[in-house]
Design a protein around this ligand. Sequence first.
Ligand code: PEP
Ligand code: MN
Length: 385
Amino acid sequence: MKLNLNIQPLESWLNIKNEPLIISGPCSAETEEQLLSTAHLLAATGKVSVLRAGIWKPRTRPGEFEGIGSIGLEWLKRAKEETGLPTAVEVATAKHVEEALAAGVDILWIGARSTANPFTVQEIADALKGVDIPVLVKNPVNPDISLWIGALERINNAGITKLGAIHRGFSSYEKSSFRNEPMWELAIQLKTLCPQLPIINDPSHICGNRELIPYIAQKALDMDMQGLMIESHIDPSVAWTDAKQQLTPAALEELVSKLSLREPDSANEAFVDKLAELRKGIDKIDDVLMQKLGERMAIIEKIGQYKRDNKVTILQVNRWDEILKKGSAFARALKLDLGFTEKFLELVHGESIRRQTEIMNEGKETADVTEAEATPVNIIETDAK
Ligand code: PEP
Ligand code: MN
């Protein structure tokens, strides 16, 4: 997959008051008083570069607060006049775009639910043709990087070059401490495909609660993300939406002041030398790991061929348990993370099964292969031994 976006660097279109870039404001504009008082306190921290507020809220269930609507744009205009902060709102339809532009909103963002729908994104893109305004695209609710990329491309194709992405985590069926799983690897993949694309992290929607926000915010900066979008409300306990994940402006200020900024690169020569030396060590170990994986796979191939030639099918349901138990005990002794170890073993074991299935079925009719792949555990033993 290639990603050729024509984009302008973030610094050329956004006046960043303070590193890191902080976009903050309430999840929803609720009342004029709530929005203005929050905006004034945020501006007074001196740490916020952009004021955000949801005007139209995409809610999961009907009947929940669906945003204050157009009147909120007037409040936002006033907040900008009084604080000097540029403003950002979420748009989900062509009409939202028109209204936001007419009200002088400075930055638009596309929400996670909209990014998941190419029709919606295209409608927004069409409404943006010929307009020069920054647009930030949140990741889609589901962990599908193509949808995220597709949305960025549609907006870029409409002529928007002041473009960025927002990483707000992904819906997951599995229970987790996060509201939306960060799945950092997807954001990293996007950054790898398009290094010039600014990615802003949204710890509020990843965490879903206040307690985890500092951890995710710091991690995002450590992963070299360009900024943070964090929800802030004058009194989060009475917020109409996302009450559990909003910070008071004072708490936001404290959080931001505690963040450590780490340079992606340092000009310090001793540091660069030391880093290069450590990296050399890692590269050497990676080479050995690869070589060992290759050797392991060679044994797997032999086992596959041996069983195929001898028409042997040995069912070993306990084999995986044994690998896992042994591996976990060793990992514990080495102080390796158990979750990581399990995932690693699962991956290696899965690949072994795939290769054995392939070998065992070489030359077989397609129908047999399909059947074998559907129930590999019944056809082959689970791993090398
Ligand atoms: C929001 O920013 O308030 C919002 C609705 O976010 P998301 O689209 O990430 O759910
Ligand atoms: Mn929200």
